[in-house]
Design a protein around this ligand. Structure first.
Ligand code: URA
Length: 440
């Protein structure tokens, strides 16, 4: 086989065979196929797409490039959750303890933030002493003891994705449905869970800007899961504005803790209930949606989710006192309000722009190895549909210096589109795609 022939075939709209896809991914991972040829293939896939069968074969070839996590020593149903990436997305910090308190077991592998989106690992490092570099046995023991654990991804899981994602990032080939499906689903299948829920974002802060493209991605991921014998559901949600109000690592942890204490609701809790419902239904822990939601809500009301979270922080070396006293989390020295220069109703928000505000304050990475400041970010006071008066605060900026804060305030103002007419907030949850409905 020659890579140039496969590129030619895909460029002409042809369908690659299972053998061709496996040969290509194997050769690329071993370094036998150079980056320039793989880049050309990724671009051909961007333009010519892949069939459902090719997408499944690509996912399985990427899965087989590395190890799979063996969760067989953990009793109970093992669940996993993934988001296609958003701004202010601290869902895992709230959902994992809620699901664990309902009896599910979650062995979650997470990443760091890049660009305008944050990463769960960075957020958790806001707890003094917290470690996500856990030896495999400690990780599994923590899941057995506390219901869930969150560790960083190791190089042995899907090395093909690691290499391919780095290439896609610099060749403008990230936004391709089959390549996103292969990347996400290979890692999810490698993580060893029985049931998986995926939060597929749509809107200005997401890879899939239109709802139609987001549903297509959701159907495609659920279909790959079904072919691989896993129960996969996808919840398609809005990312036209950030999730919740806090954007920035320690600020998001504070919001997640408030949600676990039952003091913060809104879209963040709606999302945790929707994703958790899918997990409990797929796991057979609940039979009806209402029953699942009631079980999940109870974990907040009776404090069991918060207790689970406290045990988890302690098990991973973090200071559990910071769970109850969030003044122990990193705090920025400069706190200023970004006041509105005019009155009106928030018609639209640029979620991607708000993510960049946090990044420019030092809370996110422009490049993979950049150091970040966990204390900085923004807490929004106004979201789509809200009324704003002149001089009223749009958001509180947490910064390292007055100069950074002033720049961030101007940038934050530019993320708001205000109108004189009252604006409606579109539905936050757009729909659910379940594995059995996913046949394309
Ligand atoms: N997240 C991933 O892990 N991979 C993609 O391709 C896109 C989002």
């Amino acid at each position: 086989m020659r890579m140039v022939d496969l590129i030619d075939k895909k460029r002409g709209g042809g369908e690659l065979t299972t053998e061709e896809i496996r040969w290509m991914i194997d050769g690329f991972t071993r370094g036998a196929i150079p980056d320039y040829q793989m880049s050309a293939m990724c671009m051909a896939i961007c333009f010519r797409d892949m069939t459902a069968r090719e997408t499944y074969d690509l996912t399985m070839a990427m899965l087989d490039s590395g190890e799979r996590v063996d969760l067989s020593s953990i009793p109970g149903v093992k669940a996993d959750k993934h988001s296609t990436g958003g701004v202010g997305d601290k869902t895992s910090l709230v959902l994992c303890p809620m699901a664990a308190a309902c009896g599910l077991r979650m062995a979650k592998l997470s990443g760091r933030g890049l660009g305008h989106t944050g990463g769960t690992i960075d957020k958790l490092e806001s707890f003094p002493g917290f470690s996500t570099a856990l030896p495999r046995e400690v990780f599994l023991q923590s899941v057995r003891d506390n219901g869930f654990a969150i560790a960083g991804q190791t190089g042995e899981i899907c090395p093909a994705d690691k290499k391919l994602y780095a290439l896609r990032d610099v060749t403008a080939t990230v936004a391709s449905r089959p390549l996103i499906v292969g990347s996400i689903m290979s890692k999810k299948l490698a993580s060893g869970a029985d049931v998986i829920v995926l939060d597929v974002k749509t809107g200005s802060g997401a890879f899939m800007e239109t709802e139609e493209a987001a549903f297509e991605l959701a159907r495609s991921m659920a279909d790959v899961g079904r072919r691989a014998g896993k129960r996969v559901s996808c919840v398609v949600t809005d990312m036209d504005e950030p999730l919740g109000h806090a954007v920035g690592n320690a600020l998001e942890v504070r919001e997640a803790l408030a949600a676990l204490r039952g003091e913060y609701k809104g879209d963040l809790m709606d999302l945790c209930l929707a994703l958790g419902t899918e997990l409990l239904l797929s796991a057979g822990v609940a039979r009806e949606e209402d029953e699942a939601r009631a079980m999940l809500s109870r974990t907040i009301e009776d404090g069991s989710a918060l207790r689970c979270f406290r045990r988890f922080v302690e098990a991973q070396g973090g200071d559990p006192a910071a769970v109850d006293d969030d003044r122990l989390l990193p705090r920025a020295p400069v706190v200023v309000e970004a006041s509105s220069l005019r009155a009106g109703y928030v018609r639209r928000m640029d979620a991607h722009g708000v993510g960049l505000v946090s990044m420019h304050l030092g809370g996110g990475r422009a490049a993979k190895d950049d150091a970040i400041d966990l204390s900085v970010g923004v807490v929004l006071h106004k979201k789509v549909g809200d009324r704003v008066e002149t001089g009223e605060s749009l958001g509180t900026i947490h910064a390292r210096s007055e100069e950074d804060a002033a720049k961030a305030a101007a940038l934050l103002r530019s993320c708001y589109d205000l109108s004189d007419e009252p604006a409606e907030r579109p539905p936050f949850i757009k729909g659910v795609v379940r594995g059995e409905e996913a046949r394309p």
